[in-house]
Design a protein around this ligand. Sequence first.
Ligand code: AMP
Length: 300
Amino acid sequence: MSLVIVGSVAFDTLETPHGRREKIVGGSCTYCSLAASFFTQPKIVAVVGEDFPEETIELFKSRGIDVRGLEIQSGKTFHWEALYGDDPNQRTTIKTELNVFENFSPQLSPDYTKAEIVFLANIDPDLQGDILSQAKHPKLVAMDTMNLWIKTKPAPLLRVLEEVNVYFANDEEIKMLAKEPNLIKAGKKLLERGPSIIVIKKGEHGALVLGKDSIFGVLAYPCEKVIDPTGAGDSFAGGFLGYLDKIKTFDDEGEIRKASVYGSVLASFAIEDFGINRFKSLSLEDIEKRFSQFKKLVSF
Ligand code: AMP
């Protein structure tokens, strides 16, 4: 079991058509590690302030997540505020308060540096690069990012991209980073910069998994009620990477396809409730059941 996830552990203030929640637990690392924990025992690298609830750290531990890389610093936890309209694929960031993240400079402990899979979830690309330089010969490196970093730090972000095998991004981010309006051309342009797989997430329209000579389409589960779309992308990555860590196969096309479906399954659960609530009652049985439903959806 060796999946290291570095990203944000956060407080999110969210408004969706289903209501408003102030300072609930979120963050890229949080969603990703909870999703991955159904397949493996991820190790997390992140920072929180003294205001972060002990109860959530206990939840991580109870799901088998290794929290030795979760630093608790004096100060406030990272806080992000976002507003969703009726279209769950569109959101507006209202506020990003980095707080303890501002001076975060993690040192990976020796067993973390030996991880086979390293996931650089959405954080400052300078931090992503720093972490990656500490990892010793990972078999698979994956990354995610967001429009904020594409706008403010494109150069360090492109440097990290050169080092990764799998890049998870949404359609808008791919077009913005590649400076190319056609999605497939944009993906192919970025494939030339390093990654062998780009997972293009298209929200409620599913995802495209683009390789150098392959393309695979994954549906999003047809949900009637999307309560809170936050964390869908990170949960997708968690399901995908957690499954690959479990089976220890990193380059089999068929397994990459299965990993993508598990990614979509985990994302579909994340959005059924606010924040991480849905993960609290989720079981592997629920996940396998939905995986089978996905198979039925596309077989003809
Ligand atoms: P997703 O909906 O999968 O794109 O991820 C949303 C999560 O990303 C939220 O829980 C936020 O706390 C976190 N997030 C938002 N902005 C940032 C940022 N600039 N750096 C790191 N994490 C962020």
